[in-house]
Design a protein around this ligand. Structure first.
Ligand code: FES
Length: 98
């Protein structure tokens, strides 16, 4: 669904998403890396389990929450990728203390 512009450059990073290695670019937000890798959702809602995907890409909608390097409920549109980052798509509500 989403494709990078041909002129997008920068260093290449490898992150893992749910244990799967994914290539990202320097300057990508985690949400961009997820969408560019073909992930169609990054969390499910706590009440109904409905899937959610990044929407606003500017920190407003909270539909991009995921667990990043062990930190739950990270707004992935506001977090830049780093090499070796571990991302887990969030299922329902986060656990207390995580
Ligand atoms: S995509 Fe809306 S807050 Fe991240």
């Amino acid at each position: 669904m989403f494709q990078r512009l041909p002129e997008s450059g920068g260093a290449t990073f490898v992150i893992t998403v749910d244990g799967r290695a994914v290539t990202a670019r320097e300057g990508d937000s985690v949400a961009v890396a997820l969408l560019a890798a073909g992930f169609e959702r990054c969390r499910t809602t706590p009440v109904s389990g409905a899937p959610r995907a990044p929407y606003c890409m500017m920190g407003v909608c909270f539909d991009c929450l995921a667990k990043v390097d062990g930190e739950a409920s990270v707004q992935t549109c506001l977090r830049q990728v780093t090499d070796g980052m571990r991302v887990e798509r969030q299922q329902g509500k986060r656990s207390v203390g995580a």
